[in-house]
Design a protein around this ligand. Structure first.
Ligand code: DSN
Length: 428
């Protein structure tokens, strides 16, 4: 269909033809994803249906507000889509209320703080270098700028969250919000204890489950929803779908949370992304999704077991000796290796992951000693125990060599694995 009064070719030509440079870059990224063992713990593989919804014509529509109360008319289809996303999120997690508009996990955290705190109030979160997320407390983020933000840590002896410190800091500073949740941590949190502490000091408990929302949805991880006043999440990590955030909360604070998202922190929602979130929540209720989450956990455990077994050879220590979730942390300090340099070498073999500062890291940023490996993206690709064991063997051989691949044989093994388990078969 030609658009009258406009150059029709502008609206009808395919990307490759209209903008070859962007098109080539997308093709390049597809080729990179296909040929890489993606161990970035926050990445997954969005299904075709999610990509379709997120890339749909819905992107054209303005729809500031909420279903039934928008600042724009003609939003009947957008309302239908947002209601589907909300109802599916509520049903999936057993929550009173869901807001599906946050642009990201960080926006979701900003909105929850906006809803529950006044500027200058105390917020208590988990230190970034110890595994937390900066938007819970760090000076460089809205949390640190707008609130009096404090951090708790992991214990030096067992690298688990120091719940006694959480209790002591909470009693001393009486936060308005107590954050539980992490980006770089591999064990379950004690949600019941967090709740007790929050109750004792009159804080709201916010669980940032950005990383483990998919595990919670599949019921393979302790459920924070009954304990939390609000849960924030991303929809694209273990939930494996649309790029963006969401908030679940108790009905008593629903109005405050909605007002904090819009108009408090954001403008128009992204209806195309809302549609993709609705699709994601639907998929996350299926048996196939649960099977994938179980395989993800098994994959992370398998990699941890192989790497623990190889510690004498690699001089790389699996933090806490294993994992309960989709990721594991590896400490290179015993072998004196720097993580960013090592990761650069792993990249050359065809492995992507994250270099991270660890708790009590002997190195000073930007140097660091930690590597984070996640199983999610490869589980989406179909990897099972056998393939994860092979991935961990490749990692062990590389780490024993400081990340190097002297003979090129590790890169060959990566190439074999990635071509055995192809990605996005429907794309050219
Ligand atoms: N939390 C980051 C990660 O875990 O990769 C993204 O915000």
């Amino acid at each position: 269909m030609a658009l009258s009064g406009a150059d029709p070719s502008l609206f009808e030509r395919v990307l490759e033809d209209l903008d070859p440079e962007v098109s080539a870059a997308i093709d390049g990224e597809l080729a990179r994803q296909r040929s890489t063992l993606d161990l970035v713990a926050s990445e997954s593989v969005p299904p075709r249906a999610v990509l379709e919804a997120q890339g749909s014509i819905l992107t054209a529509k303005y729809a500031d507000g909420y279903p039934g109360r928008r600042d724009y008319d003609t939003c009947e289809w957008i309302d239908e889509i947002e209601c589907l996303a909300i109802e599916r999120a509520k049903a999936l997690f057993g929550a009173d209320h869901a807001n599906v508009q946050p642009y990201s996990g960080s926006s979701a955290n900003a909105a929850v703080l906006h809803a529950l705190c006044e500027p200058g109030d105390v917020v208590l979160g988990f230190d970034f270098a110890h595994g937390g997320h900066p938007t819970h407390y760090a000076a460089a983020t809205f949390a640190g700028r707008n609130y009096r933000a404090l951090a708790y840590h992991v214990r030096r002896d067992n690298r688990l969250v120091d719940m006694d410190e959480v209790e002591t800091l909470a009693r001393r500073h009486r936060p308005k919000v107590l954050f539980a949740g992490w980006s770089c941590y591999s064990r379950h949190l004690e949600f019941a204890r967090f709740r007790e502490i929050a109750d004792e000091v009159g804080a709201a408990l916010v669980v940032d489950m950005a990383h483990f929302a998919g595990l919670v949805a599949a019921k393979v991880h302790p459920d924070p929803v009954p304990f939390a006043d609000a849960c924030t999440m991303t929809v694209h990590k273990t939930l494996g779908g649309a790029r963006g955030g969401a908030i679940l909360c108790r009905r008593e604070i629903a109005e405050r949370v909605d007002a904090a998202v819009y108009p408090g922190e954001q403008g128009c929602p992204l209806p195309n992304v809302t549609a993709a979130k609705a699709v994601t929540f639907r998929l996350a209720g299926t048996d196939a999704f649960r099977e994938r989450m179980e395989r993800t956990l098994q994959g992370a455990r398998t990699m941890a077991e192989v790497l623990v077994e190889a510690e004498d050879r690699t001089k790389a220590h699996v933090v806490t000796g294993g994992t309960d979730v989709h990721q594991l942390l590896v400490d290179l300090a015993p072998g004196g290796r720097e993580a960013r340099t090592t990761l650069g070498r792993l990249n050359k073999i065809g492995i992507s992951a994250n270099a991270i500062a660890l708790a009590y890291d002997p190195r000073v940023e930007p140097a660091c000693s930690g590597l984070r490996f996640g199983a999610m993206a490869l589980a989406c690709r179909g990897f099972g125990r056998e393939q994860f064991a092979q991935v961990a063997d490749i990692l062990s051989d590389a780490l024993a060599n400081g990340g190097e691949d002297p003979g090129g044989s590790l890169a060959e093994r990566v190439a074999e694995l990635t071509s055995e388990m192809p990605l996005y078969r429907h794309l050219a």
